[in-house]
Design a protein around this ligand. Structure first.
Ligand SMILES: Cc1cc2nc3c(=O)[nH]c(=O)nc-3n(C[C@H](O)[C@H](O)[C@H](O)COP(=O)(O)O)c2cc1C
Length: 212
């Protein structure tokens, strides 16, 4: 059967089998590199994904996440693409939107407490990215996080104030047939597996035999 980007089974279903029953969305979200380079993502759908991110929990409800975005073909697109490393730019050029995820390194102060550095801005912003990605999958898209980006250039070119840390970029779009990718990437276009739960979760003390 040829790949059909409009068939939710093709977009989301994969070979992953959870050890315990979870909401299907958790295993249907994955990070493809084959995107439909013609499909135009609507602003409404992007806002829905960012809305999901917005409702993430955060330390003291500080909400340190910030998002910058460009749609493929808009006036910022070429700049955004140039801020990805060449490997990522190669496949992400076909995505429908790029989102740069930032986090506020400072906890805001008030009348009684001065502003101070936050220890949880990246942790909280990771939760927001995950919610965005799951919402993308729920809408029939996929989101692919990228740390392979030019962090300093992003800060400079996109006028990010020093208080914010450039975390990742995210490629968003509709999955395409892996055949659109070069051969070596086609072979990697497969949802990855995970450690067993018994390798990552322990009752009580950290078991020495679990040390990697
Ligand atoms: C913070 C972060 C950075 C990542 N950076 C890249 C990247 O630069 N390039 C890339 O192709 N994939 C990148 N990935 C995708 C991971 O390789 C992928 O999430 C991981 O292998 C698990 O696979 P899955 O997302 O398909 O479940 C990144 C993922 C995360 C969460």
């Amino acid at each position: 059967m040829p790949f059909d980007a409009n068939d939710v089974d093709d977009v989301r279903k994969n070979s992953r089998i959870p050890d315990f029953p979870v909401e299907p969305l958790f295993i249907e979200r994955w990070s493809p590199r084959a995107y439909d380079g013609v499909f135009q993502l609507s602003e409404t759908d992007l806002m829905t994904m960012l809305e999901a991110a917005r409702w993430a929990p955060s330390c003291y409800n500080i909400q340190p996440w910030r998002f910058l975005y460009a749609f493929r073909g808009d006036r910022h697109w070429d700049d955004y693409l140039s801020l990805l490393d060449p490997f990522n730019a190669g496949w992400a050029a076909q995505a429908s939107a790029l989102v740069i995820v930032l986090s506020d390194k400072m906890m805001p102060g008030d009348e009684t407490h001065p502003a101070k550095p936050s220890g949880y801005h990246s942790f909280d912003t990771g939760a927001a990215w995950a919610q965005m990605a799951l919402q993308a999958t729920a809408l029939g898209y996929q989101a692919h996080a990228m740390a392979g980006i030019f962090h300093d250039q992003i800060a400079e070119k996109l006028q990010v104030p020093k208080q914010y840390q450039v975390e990742i970029a995210v490629a968003l779009g509709k999955r395409a047939d892996p055949a659109v990718l070069p051969q070596e990437l086609q072979e990697r276009e497969e949802p990855s597996q995970r450690y067993g739960l018994q390798e990552i979760a322990f009752s009580g003390l950290f078991p020495t035999e679990a040390l990697r």
